[in-house]
Design a protein. Structure first.
Length: 209
């Protein structure tokens, strides 16, 4: 099985233990899991997220620390400090940079962040543009999220589906299949769609003891 699911699941393990159990059990199908304790690393370590991260790593899953770049407006030092907190508190081995700009003018800023992420130990770097970016970004990361949005908008688009592109789709029906090799389609809607698991993981049957 080729790992294909990039899972941004933004729920606390204490609130949704059964859902996190399903994520860990799905390890062979996962490209990676985005760890987002508090819209980032938070102000102090969270033992529940640290335990989940340890289990995912033990199962061979990439653990990507969520860090918002505010479309390039967030100062470089703040972004780097958060990358280091993710590494030190949760042992992440990758970074998921959210709200990354798409314009060529921001390439230098994002490149510096990428270099810092690699220096902090990120073996996998994902840039979430949410839209198709300037081609120059392709050399900066392992994966570019070139679409994030609802299924109704996505299904009418003809977007490139290169191996280094990823599409994240919400409000998606059960049979929705994004065009990219690495992807995620969830049923969630509204302001917090990433509080639901991808189709196929939600309600996943538990193995027999």
């Amino acid at each position: 099985m080729t790992p294909s699911l990039l899972v941004p699941f933004y729920e606390h393990p204490a609130d949704r233990p059964e859902a996190w159990e399903a994520v860990v059990e799905a390890a062979p199908s996962l490209y990676g899991v985005v760890l987002n304790p508090a819209n980032g690393a938070g102000s102090a370590p969270d033992p529940a997220f640290a335990a989940v991260a340890e289990r995912l790593r033990a199962a061979g899953v990439r653990v990507l620390g969520y860090t918002d770049t505010a479309y390039g407006r967030r100062p470089h030092g703040e972004v780097v400090a958060e990358l280091l907190r993710h590494r030190d508190w949760y042992g992440v081995d990758g970074a998921f940079l959210d709200q990354v700009p798409t314009a060529p003018e921001a390439l230098g800023h994002v490149r510096r962040i990428g270099v810092a992420a690699r220096a902090a130990g990120a073996r996998t770097l994902v840039l979430n543009h949410g839209a198709h970016p300037d081609p120059g970004y392709a050399e900066l990361a392992d994966l570019l999220v070139t679409f994030e949005g609802p299924w109704d908008a996505y299904r009418g688009l003809e977007l490139p589906a290169e191996d280094h592109y990823c599409h994240l789709v919400y409000a998606a029906p059960h049979d929705a299949l994004p065009a990219t090799r690495v992807h995620c389609a969830v049923p969630g809607t509204g302001a917090h769609p990433w509080g639901t698991l991808p189709h196929g993981l939600e309600g996943r049957p538990r193995p027999e003891n």
